[in-house]
Design a binder for this molecule. Structure first.
Ligand SMILES: NC(=O)c1ccc[n+]([C@@H]2O[C@H](COP(=O)([O-])OP(=O)(O)OC[C@H]3O[C@@H](n4cnc5c(N)ncnc54)[C@H](O)[C@@H]3O)[C@@H](O)[C@H]2O)c1
Length: 332
């Protein structure tokens, strides 16, 4: 048995942070979770996630904000994490159109504070969340980490691209081993109510029309949460090797490598929920992209990453959880 690693997971009450923390704790790791519990979406759902993490003796929760630099340094000084996973961020593409401030605060200032803390309290590995949105309107598919990412179509995407650049400079200057993961539309139980699959489920169950943008002509590389967590687990304890210039920095796509059309995704969701949607067809929204499609050959070659959950199975598990969690609301 190896030495038990100490993990700091920011955004631990969030969707991906919760699932990852649970997996690490179940394997016997010590996890400090940090989250500001903001009300961008249901705080009750964030609390329910925490409730289930608190069952593990290795879990400690700190309510804190990335934008509080001194507070974050205190957390690092006290916990001395071996591995830091930064998942806390202001997520969502559409929200960034009306609320740009939130993105600058959490994703730029907050991320800078994480980098500073990793400089002052050296860590074995910093893993951070980037996003498929950095590819913007890239027409070449699948999206490869080698492709240009200089034309973000939302401020959210611009903050994620900035994170990649900021992390590279800190990795280079201060020898911090860093891996950035570009997530592609992650979904699953206890997921994010602001994402389409979740809000569609709410609307379908309450007979409210769902908005189908670009008249349904859109594709998303939906990636099931368990595949993401399995992929991340393999990466956490394996920081990148130093390159020719001595920099231990790497970026990966982590996606399903199988884009689904929006109409097919809705059809599968309707089947899983046992109910038809009322559909409203609308033009493309600002900030949205036509298609996402991950080239995952790098992560496949380096870590053997292989997504195993098709959308029929994954949405089936999501719908089962959703109907159970909200059974009083929808009178199952
Ligand atoms: N879920 C996806 O499909 C997806 C896709 C691409 C990228 N990402 C990125 O992955 C990460 C995790 O995403 P998620 O889906 O779990 O989102 P989430 O919103 O469920 O989780 C983020 C958590 O961070 C917390 N948080 C936000 N700002 C904070 C701050 N300033 N200080 C402390 N805590 C703060 C929130 O309260 C939330 O619980 C995010 O960085 C997101 O941008 C997610």
């Amino acid at each position: 048995m190896g030495v038990i690693k100490k993990y700091l997971v920011t955004g631990a009450a969030g969707f991906i942070g919760y699932h990852l923390s649970g997996k690490l704790l179940a394997a016997g790791a010590a996890v400090t979770g940090l989250d500001n519990m903001n009300d961008y979406y249901s705080v009750a759902l964030k609390q329910d996630r925490l409730k289930s993490l608190r069952k593990f003796p290795g879990f400690e929760f700190i309510r804190g904000d990335l934008t509080d630099g001194p507070g974050l340094n205190e957390v690092f000084a006290r916990c001395r994490p071996d591995i830091v996973i930064n998942l806390a961020a202001q997520a969502g593409v559409r929200y960034s159109i009306d609320n740009p401030q939130a993105y600058i605060q959490s994703n730029i200032i907050g991320f800078f504070n994480i980098l500073e803390a990793c400089r002052q309290y050296p860590v074995e590995h910093l893993v951070f969340a980037s996003s498929s949105s950095v590819y913007g309107g890239n027409e070449k598919v699948p999206f490869s980490p080698e492709d240009p990412t200089d034309c973000p179509v939302s401020l959210y995407a611009a903050t994620k691209k900035s994170n990649e650049l900021m992390a590279y400079s800190y990795s280079r200057l201060y020898q911090i081993p860093v891996t950035g993961l570009r997530f592609f539309t992650v979904y699953g139980p206890l997921g994010r109510p602001d994402m389409a699959y979740f809000s569609f489920a709410e609307k379908i169950m309450s007979d409210t029309p769902i908005q189908i943008y670009n008249y349904g002509d859109m594709y998303r590389d939906f990636t099931y949460i368990d595949d993401i967590v399995r992929g991340m687990e393999n990466i956490l304890t394996k920081p990148p090797a130093r390159d020719g210039q001595g920099v231990a920095y790497k970026l990966y796509n982590i996606g399903n490598n199988k884009p689904e059309s929006l109409p097919y995704f809705i059809e599968v969701l309707e089947k899983a929920l046992g109910k038809k949607a009322v559909k409203e067809f609308l033009p493309m929204q600002p900030g949205d992209v036509y298609r996402t499609y991950a080239d995952i050959s790098d992560i496949q070659n380096d870590f053997g990453f292989k997504p195993e959950t098709d959308i029929e199975t994954g949405l089936g598990i999501f719908a089962h959880w959703f109907l159970d969690y909200y059974q009083e609301r929808y009178h199952k």
